[in-house]
Design a protein around this ligand. Structure first.
Ligand code: HEC
Ligand code: HEC
Length: 291
């Protein structure tokens, strides 16, 4: 920089406030250079890049750069990075993916968007469930939480079926059953309701055929476990009465709707594998029965 002038050597504008004079110094050199270069930069930019909107078009710039091209290029790069992983996923079974920490991580991360697009609306973005749709992140399973059953659920869909008992059972029998279900969920006993449940009263309810002697449900048909506090359709007296009276996926407005759509035709096999690993890893995944 040039030698600094002392304030008294510099002309001032004649303005003075409390002894501070406004001097007529030239602006710094770097500032001036920037000042004169900026219009040059603007002109060069206008020539090289798309910039000025026209009526039906826009000036495209000599470089031919567009944001979409840039996006497509990075997408293509991403595909190149993913390709070996995707090939491996196709070749491996879901169980093998799960046992390989790198592939497991890839499966979980790369299925995030698929899960959000196809599953999140019903099951919540993290599998936390929503009213009327089961939680996937717990270890309470209707159909079982092994990789195999999860893949089966996603591929073929599920539709729980429970008959409507409203016409078959007396008011009394239904009330006893409601009391029985509530008691069971708390680990308590309810002898009157137990008799109805076992089909030992005149209405011959066959609850036991589907829910089992212990009322813990059966994964083969997705009959809910009645001995826990996790409810598919609500655990109030009213909600349980409605389920028993109108059944699940039967005719009529009051029946409970429980339909898990089929994804076997909508998603690739490898996408389903990745989703199964993701659902398993939400926390409730179970080991295969043999182990
Ligand atoms: C339209 C809503 C809907 C969508 C979308 C949906 N599900 Fe489901 N899902 C359900 C319902 C309802 C059930 C329970 C079925 C039943 O009660 O019989 C279910 C059950 C399941 C189960 C079985 C849970 C258990 O306890 O055994 C799994 C696993 C599952 N869904 C995974 C998925 C995945 C993965 C996707 C995305 C590919 C998905 N679902 C998309 C509604 C949906
Ligand atoms: C044909 C098999 C079948 C029979 C018989 C049956 N259920 Fe069910 N029940 C199911 C299925 C399947 C579900 C779970 C539906 C689902 O979530 O998809 C279910 C669900 C329920 C639920 C809802 C539990 C919750 O978490 O919200 C209750 C309560 C229930 N059953 C009670 C009974 C009682 C009481 C009887 C006897 C009167 C009975 N069921 C008979 C198959 C059956």
């Amino acid at each position: 920089m040039s030698e600094k002038k002392q304030p008294h050597d510099v002309e001032d504008t004649g303005h003075e406030w409390d002894g501070i004079r406004e001097l007529k110094n030239d602006p710094p050199r770097w500032w001036l250079i920037g000042y004169f270069l900026s219009p040059v930069f603007i002109v060069v930019y206008l020539i090289l890049y798309p910039s000025i909107p026209l009526i039906n078009d826009y000036t495209r710039g000599l470089l031919g750069w567009t944001q979409i091209d840039e996006y497509n290029e990075s997408l293509a790069q991403l595909k190149i990075i993913r390709e070996p992983f995707e090939k491996k996923i196709e070749a491996l079974s879901a169980q093998e993916i799960l046992s390989d920490s790198e592939m497991k991580r890839y499966a979980e991360l790369s299925s995030k968007v698929t899960f959000g697009d196809h599953c999140g609306a019903c099951h919540g973005s993290g599998g936390q469930g929503k009213p009327g749709f089961p939680i996937l992140a717990d270890d309470d399973w209707l159909y079982g939480g092994t990789l195999e059953t999860i893949i089966e659920t996603i591929t073929d869909g599920r539709e729980g079926e429970m008959p409507a008992f409203g016409d078959q059972l007396s008011e009394r029998e239904i009330s006893d059953l409601v009391a029985f279900v509530i008691a069971s969920s708390k680990g308590e006993r309810s002898p009157a309701g137990h008799d109805v449940f076992m089909g030992e009263t005149s209405g011959e309810a066959n609850c036991v055929d589907c829910h089992g002697e212990e009322a813990k449900g059966d994964h083969d048909m997705g009959s809910a476990n009645l001995t826990d506090k996790i409810w598919r359709f609500g655990g109030s007296e009213e909600a349980i009465r409605r389920t028993i009276t109108y059944g699940v996926n039967q005719d009529g407005k009051m029946t409970r709707r429980a339909i898990m759509p089929t994804f076997g035709t909508k998603l690739k096999e490898s996408d389903i594998k990745k989703l199964a690993v993701k659902v398993w890893s939400f926390g409730g995944g179970q080991k295969p029965q043999e182990e």
